[in-house]
Write a protein that binds this ligand. Structure first.
Ligand code: SF4
Length: 662
């Protein structure tokens, strides 16, 4: 095994005033979170690079280091001769207290420069509960929290990730949001920043000029060049551009084919979440689960070939020393060559102890086959995600899984050496009744029974539930969330039922889900609430031990903002939504159609294997244009074989009612 050294340029200028910071870091728990210098981290000469980017993950290092997107952007920027990228993470409370006590700014891991010294701070918005951490990070880094308070030469704050597609709650704090996949647009943004720096230094340009330039980059949304008008009853009337450089609708960026996988990721000194090598084997998911934002905004699917994955895996294992490899994707077992891929990987690297992990599993016997191939004897817990207990509800949410699929998967698992099955369900979904929740108990009991038949008392079954959160850019973006009383009653049904069946049960508190619903579908007025909550002490809201609903409640009251307006209200299908000016890829007309299909209990097949559903992506992506051309041809030819095949597929899935084929 050959391990490449950490890349440190000959004269990396470390920040001159960092000694106090170093002494503070030495006093906190897990100082390795802040030390830098890991294998494959890149420390470039500060003064020799014109554009300096700090890439931030607004949560602990332990979580942020598992974010592949951040690692890809770090690599892209550091490959340039004119730019450098460093990392920064939210400090844990012990370091924050020391920084505030000593008036020290938060610094990067590589050269220890204060965050405010960078030209760009790029923040990943992975989930809404990190929004207070974003403000905390700006404040600790020495950057004005509000865009309007930043001078022309101040750090440019840019945010990306899924949260950027519903950006208004963070609009006053972020200079620009990057929508969609970052590989190409990141390079374009760095070019704009470099030109801006030169012109600003030569001509004293105001910051709004930077905003205009950024707004001209496709896929970049700059809130300061848009205004929001409201109806008297509080609904959004219009989000309108204020400047000729700002498009009426900003469209998410999509890379047509995936760039080569990252094979020299940073290897942490300490144990982190997902402590293993990772290869993205496929991007996007078109299964079309109607509650799932990722499945709607990361389209279409793009696969890597078996050869590319096997070659890259060899380099990764050589470069990192890991013996565990994660095949990452939104739905890994959906890759058309997943079994040959797993077998080829085990053939190539099995003799050096390779372990493969697959993060997401479909509910069918094929998935158990893949899980078997991956486990190679070391079987413990098989994870399945039926999402709903009754067939009716699974049809409405377009989870194309029959009860037979679930029970067969359990049968295969327990008869092949697995001792534990974990099942994910969502509570509070649109059209759900108490009966649908009782069905979860019935299915879990049946799975437990199968386990007992095969391995007796050793069989473990766990039901893990999340609460449904209506998300932007999904067919459920108009739907009101179930209120806490309803969620509590359904949790109670599950608690009692699972106890009777000897099944473990875990759930989420309704108030946390309420906050997430407000932040995920909020408008600009929610920004005031976020800022007050942060000033009141809210941070690490995704951590149960830190989340304090009373702080948020006080903040909602202070600003006269009713959380129910955002979370529980069902919107009219033609209401202007706070993200109406953001084109996530799927068109609202398609999403409305999917909502109507929910009400009619109709399904939509996966366009990866079946004809294009014309979701809106056909205007953005080459593969989709090809698929839609096939669809048109099929219609022209009146392709009856294809029609018949579709009908059979629907019957196989035991879906009702059967809908008319194209
Ligand atoms: S445009 Fe068609 S092929 Fe492309 S993601 Fe949408 S449904 Fe699938």
């Amino acid at each position: 095994m050959t391990l490449a050294p950490t890349r440190i340029e000959a004269t990396p200028e470390r920040a001159p005033d960092m000694r106090l910071y170093e002494s503070l870091v030495a006093r906190v728990s897990r100082p390795a979170r802040y030390s830098g210098g890991e294998l494959h981290s890149v420390t470039k000469a500060w003064d020799a690079h014109e554009v300096r980017v700090a890439l931030a993950y607004p949560d602990l290092y332990d979580l942020g280091m598992a974010n592949l997107g951040l690692m890809i952007l770090y690599d892209i920027v550091n490959r340039r001769d004119d730019a450098l990228a460093e990392r920064v993470f939210s400090p844990w409370t012990d370091l924050e207290a020391l920084l505030r006590e000593h008036g020290e700014p938060l610094r990067s891991l590589e050269t220890r420069h204060a965050v405010r010294d960078f030209d760009v701070l790029g923040v990943t918005l992975q989930y809404e509960a990190c929004y207070t951490n974003v403000l905390n990070l700006l404040d600790l880094g020495g950057i004005a929290v509000r865009t309007a308070d930043r001078a022309p030469e101040d750090t440019i704050v840019i945010a990306g990730g899924s949260g950027a597609l519903s950006p208004e709650p963070l609009a006053p704090f972020i200079d620009a949001f990057v929508l969609g996949e970052g590989e190409e647009v990141m390079r374009e943004v760095v070019d704009v920043v470099r030109a801006w720096k030169r012109d600003r230094e030569a001509g004293g340009l105001p910051r709004i000029e930077l905003h205009r330039r950024l707004a001209g980059v496709p896929g970049v949304y700059v809130p300061s060049v848009y205004a929001v008008d409201y109806h008297e009853d509080g609904r959004v009337r219009e989000v309108r551009p204020l400047d000729g450089a700002a498009p009426g609708r900003v469209t998410r960026r999509v890379v047509e084919s995936l760039e080569p996988p990252l094979t020299k990721p940073i290897v942490p000194f300490m144990e982190v979440v997902h402590d293993r090598a990772t290869i993205e084997i496929q991007r996007g998911c078109t299964q079309g689960c109607r509650f799932c934002q990722a499945g709607m905004i990361y389209r279409p699917t793009r696969e890597r070939s078996v050869d590319e994955v096997v070659r890259a895996a060899g380099e990764l294992l050589d470069n990192t020393g890991y013996d565990e490899l994660s095949l990452m994707s939104l739905s890994t077992t959906d890759h058309r060559e997943i079994v040959p891929m797993v077998n080829a990987l085990m053939d190539a690297y099995g003799d050096r102890g390779l372990k493969i992990s697959i993060p997401s599993t479909r509910v069918d016997s094929f998935s158990v086959e893949v899980a078997d191939a991956v486990a190679r004897g070391k079987k413990h817990t098989l994870t399945l995600a039926p999402e709903a207990g009754s067939q009716r509800l699974r049809n409405t949410i377009n989870k194309l899984v029959s009860e037979e699929n679930i029970l067969t998967a359990a049968e295969n698992a327990f008869s092949n050496g697995w001792t534990s099955v974990k099942m994910y369900f969502m509570v509070g979904q649109p059209t759900e009744t108490d009966f649908d929740v009782e069905e979860i108990v019935r299915v879990a009991s049946a799975v437990k029974q199968i386990g007992r038949q095969h391995i007796g008392g050793r069989a473990r079954v766990r039901v893990s539930t999340s609460n449904f959160i209506p998300k932007a850019h999904t067919p459920y973006q108009w739907v009101g969330q179930a209120d806490p009383a309803t969620l509590r009653r359904r949790h109670q049904i599950l608690r009692e039922g699972c106890r009777r069946a000897g099944v473990q049960f875990t759930w989420e508190e309704p108030e946390k889900s309420l906050l997430e619903a407000v932040l995920s579908r909020g408008d600009r007025r929610v920004a005031e609430v976020i800022e007050s909550a942060w000033r009141g002490g809210a941070k690490f809201d995704s951590w149960s031990e830190h989340h304090d609903w009373s702080v948020w409640q006080a903040s909602f009251e202070e600003h006269g903002v009713d959380p129910a307006f955002y979370a529980y209200r069902t919107r009219d299908l033609w209401e202007t939504l706070p993200w109406a000016h953001i084109h996530g890829g799927t068109e609202p007309s398609y999403l409305r159609g999917e909502w109507m299909k929910t009400l009619n209990e109709e399904i939509t097949l996966d366009c990866k294997r079946d004809p294009c559903n014309v979701c809106g992506m056909q205007t953005l992506d080459g593969d989709c244009r090809h698929k839609i051309a096939e669809l048109v041809q099929m219609k022209v030819d009146g392709d009856s074989t294809q029609k018949e095949r579709l009908m059979q597929e629907r019957e196989r899935l035991m879906m009702l009612p059967v809908i008319s084929a194209p």
